[in-house]
Design a protein around this ligand. Structure first.
Ligand code: ZN
Length: 73
């Protein structure tokens, strides 16, 4: 069964519009990928970025505690 041929709204390339194609229906797979990979990774909850920030926060707190204890003794 042939898929309908569409013209990409971004790069004007012809592409087959497959039912399981991610992204916009008027964009070729390459342009859809470029568009979705940006904000998708940025706003992903529980990502590596969040873990790193938590770890950095903990390390900073530990360093502050060390400083305070050193001052007291
Ligand atoms: Zn395109």
């Amino acid at each position: 069964m042939p898929f309908p041929i569409k013209v990409c709204a971004v790069c004007s390339e012809e592409f087959e519009l497959k039912p399981d194609k991610p992204g916009f229906a008027n964009r070729c797979p390459a342009c859809s990928e470029a568009e979705t990979s940006g904000p998708a990774t940025k706003g992903r909850p529980g990502g590596a970025e969040h873990e790193n920030a938590k770890e950095a926060n903990e390390a900073r707190r530990q360093a502050m505690r060390d400083l305070l204890y050193r001052k007291d003794s």
